[in-house]
Design a protein around this ligand. Structure first.
Ligand code: SAH
Length: 418
């Protein structure tokens, strides 16, 4: 090992003793003067404006060395010629990026989730969370014995087969299904790619268990990779708070929060969702768990909340889990109006003492901005409210401290006091 590795062993954890020799000669990205700063803070993206020149004509997804203007080595990264994020870092040490690298990194991420997989109670967790697990552009979600893989960068795409091999070889995994159809692939110049990668192509609908409740997941047509795994811990909180309450679950998808409220002993549960397909699965999920009685309403939440208000309906617990209104900070103002609208209506619909679980999964809306929007909503609704909890995704969706962009999901638990 080099002296550097000995002095900073924690930084060298990925430098395996097998790969330090025989490094291939890599093509290079040379940065403009002063543009190495963010890489030195270990932010894993290189923006095209920071690059002075590219040496050796690397192909899309090819591994390159990133160097400062003075020639100092900074990182090995995947080249994305079509994207504004022109390179994403695989490692901060000079090492070979090959099948063994992915095997090592994926296994490390999977090991960290072992305690979350709890046979009989929970068999659906995120195994690989992209940049925050040191694997830019790679998401792998475990749904029972199926893994759904989402590749969203040229570098991830380049290593598809090696990544699929590693995932398929994990204990208990029988197949790997691809859902590389996120919009961000357009920015990388990549077409959508979906379907079976390893193992049986059928069935395309499977049943998973989350905290003891069963959910059908549609691998082909479900949102994202099929299920909103990031809300697992928050669904449990809703279950714990639901007893005896009139619950309204807005943006219900396949019933995640609504069924947890029912399982938690809610007095009544109403769920609102605009997608008929999602509601079909929600009804099936209710049957699977023998939780009848949820009132599933197909419609636009913005409209339904106004209608409920006009009808004089009131609730004791409301969940607002809308889709991403602002993927980027540039769209934050427009998103803010959307959040303001639904949170204001929700506060009006809450009885005194009622709880509001309100979420934003917009990367462009910071936690502080979201709190301000929710505070403004309560004020304009004419109600007094408190924050009694702040939340985010569960531990299978870590946020690397060097990657604030990963901090997309924030939740506030509020209580209307009067
Ligand atoms: N709470 C869900 C995830 C919600 S994702 C869970 O726990 O699984 C957001 C959902 O909002 C999606 O299912 C989407 O179809 C739905 N949606 C988007 N716009 C909507 C609108 N205006 N009215 C109702 N539902 C909407």
């Amino acid at each position: 090992m080099s002296g550097h590795s000995v002095r900073f062993p924690e930084f060298a954890s990925r430098v395996s003793r097998f790969t330090i020799h025989h490094l291939p000669l890599l093509k290079k990205l040379i940065l403009k003067p002063g543009r190495e700063k963010s890489l030195k803070r270990r932010h894993p993206w290189v923006f095209s404006g920071a690059v002075a020149r590219v040496e050796g004509e690397p192909g899309a997804g090819e591994t390159v060395e990133v160097r400062s203007s003075s020639g100092a080595f900074l990182a090995v990264a995947a080249y994305s010629p079509r994207s504004q994020i022109v390179a994403r870092v695989w490692d901060w040490e000079k090492r070979a990026i090959d099948g063994a690298f992915f095997n090592e990194c994926i296994k490390q991420a999977v090991d960290q989730r072992q305690t979350l997989l709890n046979p009989g109670a929970t068999d659906a967790v995120r195994l690989v969370h992209a940049e925050s697990d040191g694997l830019p552009g790679i998401v792998a979600d475990r749904y029972a014995s199926t893994i759904v893989l989402q590749l969203s960068s040229a570098g991830a795409e380049h290593w598809r087969e090696a990544i699929a091999d590693t995932l398929a070889a994990l204990p208990g995994v029988t197949r790997v299904w691809e859902r590389s159809d996120a919009e961000v692939r357009n920015l990388e110049g990549l077409p959508a790619a979906t379907g079976p990668l390893r193992g049986d192509p059928q069935p395309t609908q499977i049943t998973v268990t989350e905290n003891g409740l069963m959910f059908r997941v549609d691998l082909e047509h479900g949102h994202k990779t099929g299920f909103y795994l990031d809300q697992r811990v928050n669904r449990q909180q809703v279950r714990a708070a639901a007893s005896g309450r009139d619950v309204l679950d807005c943006f219900s998808y396949t019933g995640g929060f609504a069924l947890n409220a029912a399982a938690g002993g809610a007095r009544a549960v109403t769920a609102a969702e605009s997608s008929a397909d999602a509601l079909d699965l929600a009804r099936k999920n209710a049957e699977l768990n023998r939780l009848p009685g949820v009132d599933w309403i197909e419609g636009d939440v913005f409209h339904l909340l106004r209608k409920f208000l006009d009808e004089g309906r009131r609730f004791d617990l409301i969940v607002l889990d809308p889709p991403k209104f602002a993927p980027t900070a540039a769209l934050a103002a427009k998103a803010a109006r959307g959040y303001k609208d639904i949170n204001l209506l929700a506060f009006k619909l809450l009885r005194a003492g009622g709880l509001l679980f309100t979420f934003s999964c917009s990367g462009g809306v910071t936690a502080d901005l979201f709190r301000k929007i929710v505070a403004g909503s309560a004020l304009d609704a004419g109600v007094q409210a408190q924050i009694i909890g702040r939340t985010g995704p569960g531990p299978d969706h870590p946020v690397a401290l060097n990657f604030p962009e990963g901090d997309y999901l924030k939740g506030l638990l509020c209580r209307r006091t009067e």
